[in-house]
Design a protein around this ligand. Structure first.
Ligand SMILES: NC(=O)c1ccc[n+]([C@@H]2O[C@H](COP(=O)([O-])OP(=O)(O)OC[C@H]3O[C@@H](n4cnc5c(N)ncnc54)[C@H](O)[C@@H]3O)[C@@H](O)[C@H]2O)c1
Ligand SMILES: [Zn+2]
Length: 349
């Protein structure tokens, strides 16, 4: 079993366990807690059977367990669902000694994390991500939230006490979901682990998931331990997200695809601003993984407007994370001509 700990100062605030088959024994891997009497499992329709099995195993250990179904995908991330679930938790009599256990993709764990952070002003949260994106990104790092008009507009920073990652569950994902997570995992390689980049170069999309997940989480946990509330360093996790997010909104591509395209754009900005000389190598690897390197046809002015509105802009203008080399990220404020060239490189004129 691989174990990663996220720290705040000297305190361990979140423990991440990674192993094949872990979900089958999730009941045995809840944090030790004498007074726990109940676990409320919040889950998605696609993994309901797994959640039911976990509930049964928890009951087998003499602790009450209930399954509260969430709607699938983004429909779980609304304040009205938060209200419904809070009423259900109150009805069950969940107390501060009890535990919320989110099982599912990033939408389910974002919602479960937010509910655990706010119900009774915060009770213990355990998460078991069942998508690769959830495992390497959403469930790790303590950002929770729901959508209110804008995506993730309402939320809090709060770590899950424990995250249980079952590699067997991730192995069985459909290709599209694997690709989504691969874009974010590759991103962590680019910003913090050249050996992960090498692993993808050798194996393509079939790179061994246990090593991918371990390496990607080591990078993210390291960054978050040094900067939980996005004071500065955490921005490097947004590599590929400045142009990527604008393309996601303008072209309606999935988040993972948008990040892949955004990293290609960031490669150009890096080449111009800090002399990054592996732009083509990076682009070839993205393509080799079956991820897109060009945006669908979108309007240049739309994309520029979206980038200007983005929260990744600050007083110095549009902020881009770039690479000096694989594993060496920097934050720069490129001039307008450089941004245009980068957009041109991803097919936006
Ligand atoms: N909190 C953060 O730091 C953070 C970071 C990145 C993304 N996110 C959030 O994560 C969400 C995206 O994550 P996602 O793609 O996992 O979303 P998701 O939860 O919507 O899952 C995608 C789809 O996969 C299905 N699914 C889940 N597990 C499955 C399995 N084992 N087999 C087959 N299908 C399965 C889900 O039911 C859903 O239909 C977004 O809401 C995003 O905002 C949060
Ligand atoms: Zn992302």
């Amino acid at each position: 079993m691989h174990r990663v700990v996220i720290t705040e100062g000297d305190a361990a605030v979140c423990e991440i366990l990674i192993e094949a088959g872990l979900l089958s024994d999730a009941a045995g891997h809840l944090p030790h807690k004498e007074d726990r009497r109940q676990v409320a499992i919040l889950t998605q329709p696609t993994v309901r059977t797994r959640a039911d099995a976990v509930a049964k195993a928890i009951r087998g250990r003499g602790v009450e367990a209930s399954v509260i179904p969430l709607p699938d995908g983004e429909a779980a991330k609304t304040l009205s669902i938060v209200e419904e679930v809070a009423l259900a938790l109150n009805h069950l009599g969940l107390t501060r000694d009890d535990t919320i256990f989110g099982i599912g993709g990033g939408a389910a764990t974002d919602a479960a994390g937010f509910i655990a952070a706010t119900y009774l002003r915060g009770i213990e949260c355990v998460l078991a991500p069942t998508t690769l994106l959830g495992a390497v990104d959403a469930s790790v790092g303590g950002k929770t939230g729901v959508n209110v008009g804008g995506k993730n507009l309402v939320g809090v920073f709060r770590h899950a006490a424990r995250v249980l990652i079952d590699i067997d569950v991730l192995e069985s994902l459909p290709l599209d979901l694997r690709r989504q997570g691969t874009a974010e995992a590759l991103k962590t390689g680019f910003i913090g682990d050249p050996e992960l980049v090498e692993l993808y170069r050798q194996h393509g999309i079939d790179a061994p998931l246990d090593e991918v997940v371990r390496r990607a989480i080591d990078v993210k946990a390291g960054v978050v331990s040094r900067d939980f509330r996005e004071g500065g360093l955490r921005a490097v996790l947004n590599y590929g997200h400045t142009a990527g997010h604008a393309v996601e909104v303008a072209a309606g591509v999935s988040h993972g695809e948008a990040v892949a395209i955004g990293m290609v754009a960031a490669g150009v900005v890096g080449e111009r601003t800090v002399g990054f000389d592996r732009r083509l190598e990076q682009e070839q690897l993205i393509a080799f993984l079956g991820l897109p390197t060009r945006s669908p046809d979108v309007d240049l002015f739309d994309v520029e407007r979206l980038m200007a509105l983005d929260k990744k802009r600050d007083a110095g203008g549009i902020r881009f994370v770039v690479l000096e080399d694989f594993g060496v990220p920097r934050v720069v404020h490129p001039d307008d001509a450089t941004v245009r060239d980068a957009l041109h490189a991803i097919g936006i004129d």
